[in-house]
Design a protein around this ligand. Structure first.
Ligand code: FE
Length: 135
């Protein structure tokens, strides 16, 4: 995998929007249903808004009813890192971009088969690269 990206918080503040900074660097959560990718069904790849690393493909995205973009599988196992998170009094598993360390969301074990996983990801932590039309 590609090299890790390490920036100071000052540098992140310059390159991210305030909304992106609040989620990616301060582990914020966007309002449910507010994100631009929640209902997107276009074909393409979702990348980290912090560093551009490819994270999820549209064919592994599904409507979970939660208000956040949800995926049942990651592009590559080494694209993400996880960490225990009990910050709101409930034990959850945080999902971070393995390349830049940005907070993306959480992963739960109530997703669809075949993985049974539900990656619950903030839209604002993502970018979207549509597939090229093939002639
Ligand atoms: Fe990243």
């Amino acid at each position: 995998m590609s090299e890790k990206i390490v920036k100071t918080e000052e540098e992140w503040r310059k390159t991210l929007t305030p909304e992106q900074y609040q989620v990616l660097r301060e582990k914020g959560t966007e309002l449910a249903g507010s994100g631009e990718y929640y209902l997107l069904t276009d074909k393409g790849v979702y990348v980290c808004a912090g560093c551009g690393s490819e994270l999820f493909r549209s064919d592994k995205k599904y409507e979970s009813g939660t208000g956040w973009p949800s995926f049942w599988e990651v592009v590559r196992n080494d694209a993400l890192e996880t960490a225990p998170d009990d910050s709101d009094g409930e034990m959850k598993t945080e999902v971070l971009c393995a390349r830049c360390g940005g907070h993306l969301g959480h992963v739960f074990d109530d997703g669809p088969e075949p993985t049974g996983l539900r990656y619950c990801i903030n839209s604002v932590a993502l970018g979207f690269v549509p597939d090229e039309e093939c002639a």
